[in-house]
Design a protein around this ligand. Structure first.
Ligand code: SAH
Length: 260
């Protein structure tokens, strides 16, 4: 056994989209060795309690404070694991930890600090319906908590113009009920009305619900905070089936005319 008082560490992990089977063995090992868990309350709750594990749950909007708390505990010799859902590097805690390191106590740079990947919502949702991310794609966070909405609009327009498949994280929140509707209004004139749009809610959790609709029929109210939206490119298509919902995929090659 290593002595926690002399060798603190900080590991930033992703718990995947919901199903415990999508937690990687590497992340399970880190959780098993932790003295302290830090993260948003509902994510912390996904890790079973055990003797010797102290849980520090917090509100979802306090990422920087949470990161500083984690770094402070690790500096004091604790084995700290910071948990995110999905992948910790995708719109989650890993970047907050590095922001805190960049601007914080120089001693934090010498810590044993690692990031362990997880299954992100985008790939989990894609796998449920087929292979919509089979060709070039991008991911856009619709939250404008940390960036101006005008920048989101610019990125949506340019991504549509470049014919990327677009994954939309954080499509709505109580504070931002209108943004997905605005995003769909930006995309509608730039994509064929038949373009498949996937609404994937609570993927790999008990409440999972996945719907694929044509862009012309996509309604923002279908999404909630646990929804990942994938808007197809001009090439994304459906393979209908007699039984079960259609497969959705984007072919690996793109025709020359999509460059015009
Ligand atoms: N780090 C996370 C993303 C955090 S941002 C990841 O890699 O998945 C939070 C957003 O992620 C949500 O608003 C939603 O758009 C998406 N999301 C997270 N888990 C999800 C799930 N199980 N099903 C669908 N979308 C999910």
């Amino acid at each position: 056994m290593s002595d926690a008082s002399s060798s603190g560490s900080l590991v930033v992990v992703g718990l995947g989209p919901g199903d415990p089977r999508l937690i990687t063995p590497e992340v399970s090992d880190a959780l098993a060795g932790a003295t302290d868990l830090i993260g948003y309350g509902p994510y912390i709750a996904r890790v079973p309690d055990r003797p010797g594990l102290e849980k520090h749950g917090s509100d979802n909007r306090e990422e920087i404070d949470r990161a500083r708390h984690a770094l402070t505990l690790a500096s004091a010799g604790r084995r700290v694991v910071v948990v995110s859902s999905g992948d910790p590097g995708v719109f989650a805690m890993a970047a907050a930890v590095f922001e805190a390191v960049e601007h914080g106590d120089p001693a934090w740079r010498a810590l044993d600090l690692r990031v362990l990947p997880g299954v992100t919502a985008m790939t989990a949702a894609a796998a449920r319906v087929g292979a919509p991310l089979g060709h070039d794609f991008c991911a856009i966070n619709l939250s404008d908590n940390l960036k101006p909405w005008a920048l989101v609009e610019k990125r949506l327009k340019l991504a549509a113009e470049a014919d990327f498949v677009i994954a939309l994280y954080n499509p709505v929140s109580k504070a931002r009920p209108h943004q997905l509707g605005q995003a769909l209004d930006i995309l509608r004139p730039l994509r064929p009305p038949s373009t498949p749009v996937i609404f994937a809610t609570a993927v790999n959790a008990l409440q999972e619900r996945i719907d694929t609709v044509p862009l012309a029929d996509a309604v923002a109210s279908r999404a909630d905070m646990r929804t990942l939206v994938i808007v197809g490119s001009s090439q994304t298509r459906l393979i209908s089936r007699e039984r079960g919902s259609a497969f959705v995929y984007t072919p690996r090659s793109a025709p020359a005319e999509t460059t015009s």
